[in-house]
Design a protein around this ligand. Sequence first.
Ligand SMILES: O=c1ccn([C@@H]2O[C@H](COP(=O)(O)OP(=O)(O)O[C@H]3O[C@H](CO)[C@@H](O)[C@H](O)[C@H]3O)[C@@H](O)[C@H]2O)c(=O)[nH]1
Length: 627
Amino acid sequence: FTFEVALEVANKVGGIYTVLRSKAESTVEELGEDYCMVGICNERYVAMEVEKMEPVLPQMKRTVDLMREQNIKVVTGRWLIEGYPKVVLFDLDSAWDKYNSWSWELFDKTGIGIPDHDNETKRCVLFGFLTAWFLGEFRAQCGKKSVIIGHFHEWLGVGLLMCRMREIDISTIFTTHATLLGRYLCAANVDFYNNLDKFKVDIEAGNRQIYHRYCMERAATHSAHVFTTVSDITALEAQHLLKRKPDLILPNGLSIKNTQCMHEFQNLHAIAKEKIHNFVRGHFYGHFDLNLDKTLYMFIAGRYEYSNKGADLYIEAMSRLNHRLKMINSEVTVVAFLIFPASTNNFNVESLKGQAVVKQLKETVDVIKDDIGHKLFDLCLRGKLPNEEQLLDRDHVIKLKRCMYANQCSSLPPIVTHNMTDDANDPILKQIRECNLFNARSDRVKLIFHPEFLSQTSPLISMDYDEFVRGCHLGVFPSYYEPWGYTPAECAIKGIPSVTSNLSGFGCFMQSHLSDPEAYGIYIIDRRFKSIKSSLEYIYYLYHFCRMTRRERIIQRNRTERLSEFLDWSRLGMYYTNARRLAIDRTHPEFLETTRSFSPTGSVRLPRPYSAPSSPFGSRIASPCPS
Ligand SMILES: O=c1ccn([C@@H]2O[C@H](COP(=O)(O)OP(=O)(O)O[C@H]3O[C@H](CO)[C@@H](O)[C@H](O)[C@H]3O)[C@@H](O)[C@H]2O)c(=O)[nH]1
């Protein structure tokens, strides 16, 4: 039996939710009814995403009943996603009365005390003890014959720790998706990668008042039979900060089946791009001098971690790109989006007004167009060829003028679409001011900061994130701290090229698996061994991208989309299979006797695509002087 344990089962918090959700189908295909996910009961999602039903397996039924007898609310059923996996979800609120004895047991067995003010960690303790209780009981119900695997994803791994402290016969795997201390240190702008081996971890954790959390994470790391993480770069970090080298790397995949549209993706790009055009027409009202046929959409998106996600490098590069495009009098306009949820007080009036004014103009033109069509038909029917006045009468002209006057705007098009709570101190807005990028007519790069995740119901960009990505030309993610980074991967499976960095797990993965990532539309910035100034050389790639013809971009998209299968769980799921096999190998070697020789997943390397130009495009852009 395999139990995958995480707070994000049927509970959307962040990236781990995407991992579990997209992986479910391939895992169920492999493990069938022996696979079950364990999480917490968040009513908001459970009501929509979980079909409640009683367990069929007698051991499971007895286990759940025993917990319910002790007043623990346990929801069992199936998660309504591809694969339809079994889930067991605990309501943490029903376990608070046991908190004191559990936190005492934790302290007694591990020496880790939980401060009273840290409610988040207290909830993790509850979840960990409920999981250990559940797995212990299930083990007892199963008898000696079965092998049980507990695969724990992050949040401090209390469940795993308690399974080991109570000596429950479970083969344990711990997967960390980032280290706690790593996130804290990077957010504090320290020179992280150059000092990885020098940090005094206990002191650093203590200074940040997360010592107890750090101890729990480190204890779980060392207690696990198999310790894994999502990328090489996080493996290195874990080795230094958690003091254990991961046994295996489990890269994150995506479910391609739902997103892949075979030859349709080029058409879908055109349809989604038209929707972005509509937004842009409204946003630049009164200043609409862009040639939409020569407009490129670039974007950066993610949780709002200004320097970790590389927003600083993105804005600086856009400012330099603007300068270069102006120098050559380029006809290309780049609209560069920044999508980071920040604290706001709703949409700003100018942005809403722009959309409304353009909508009004469009409706007026549509009415006049119909009117003219009727007149034209009528006159031609009578054998007369109409002149201009007969078609466009005074009434039409007045209506059009009224709309056009409303379309005037003296201020420059807004940079930010919402009213920011702290406009003056927002790091993105501060840097945009410093770079003097104000969406002036002469600017060839226009910036739009959308401080909220995209949603189909928004009055501004009425698209969900997936559709928006499809409509863009290039994703730019120059991250500094990124254990994996789903955003460039999500671009790739839609055929959208992207920029990533060698400090992101995805970037490193691509570097080691593709002979020529650029040919596949993955540009990897060196942020690890180069200074910021040198890293900014990726501006040459952006510049080159702006000079590509439409045909070249279409060919590029075809090549990028070929990476889809490479990122699918049907391929990457084998890394998880290997982790399970290694866990069994270490705890119940007799169980795997037929396949004793455990071999880690062999590395596959994709050659250059045949359609890639023979003169290496990478060497051109990497060199500042044309050779
Ligand atoms: O408008 C938007 C913009 C983004 N997204 C999503 O936001 C997610 C952001 O992904 P990522 O940057 O990978 O997520 P994090 O929350 O930072 O997740 C952590 O965990 C992930 C899973 O291991 C790793 O990929 C990350 O590097 C790590 O920081 C993506 O899936 C996007 O689809 C939206 O849903 N709506």
